[in-house]
Design a protein around this ligand. Sequence first.
Ligand code: RIB
Ligand code: CA
Length: 301
Amino acid sequence: MRIVIDTDPGVDDMVAILAALAEPGFDIAGITTVGGNVSLAAATRNALRILAMAGRDDVPVYMGAESALDASARHVHGEDGLGGCDWPEATFGAKPSAAVSFLGGMRSRYTLACLGPLTNIAGLLRERLDAAASIDRIVLMGGGFGTHSFSTPSRVVHSQGNVVPDAEFNIHTDPEAARAVFSSGIPVTVMPLDVSHQTLVSRERLDGLDGRVGRAVAPVLDRYGEFSRARWGHHSGPLHDPNVLAHLADGGLHEGQRGEVSVSAGGKTTLVESADGPHTVMTRVDAGGYLDWVWQRLARL
Ligand code: RIB
Ligand code: CA
């Protein structure tokens, strides 16, 4: 499966990219970066460091748009976006073409795996009217539909939102871009907080990370979990983004509903269910099977 990963790394993005690199079924045509968790420059630096960590300088990186909001999630992902890890700088850089030019030039069909705000994809759809014809489907991490909640020592956590009570970070950061993607006619599968809040990484899971790269990831995920500990009194962080790649590799891990997703001006997502809608919103996941999928691939690197 030929894929492009659009991403704002970000610790969970990092895990998603590494797992994708170890998935034999993926042909990664490129990585496009977007501002979100951290600035565009930091997200691009991190995408390159992640590829360098995996020894994959063959995967091209293309810079996209700065964050549509002056927002960031550095309080979750660390000032550098990778938990302050000491991973070396890449000895290679991003390609000179911009993300929209790269995506607009794709001639063979591919699948878009979107892990951050959708600003690049909206720009592509706006500037290259023929671009949608090359995109088989979009699978994105984003949104919240309020179908899941869990209790922690300090509060009940609902899946409608995270950065604000009724909106999730990727959609909230650029609601207009999300609206453009959902109204594009391209089939979209959504991995919302309803799913990723079921995929919390426990201490036992962290201790089970294996291999050179897996052992390098463990302390970064542990620092990422500090935010959850401080906020929820709950050890671990939700592993949001790898759900997108795991679903593309193994369609049996997640279940959901079809219909049409709408996005409010503030980024709140709502699903109107229908049997033939263009969108699928996942609400259930085999969390153990999902985390096994991720851990097995990290151990291979
Ligand atoms: O709300 C979680 C999403 O926002 C994840 O993609 C995380 O990396 C941040 O981008
Ligand atoms: Ca992300």
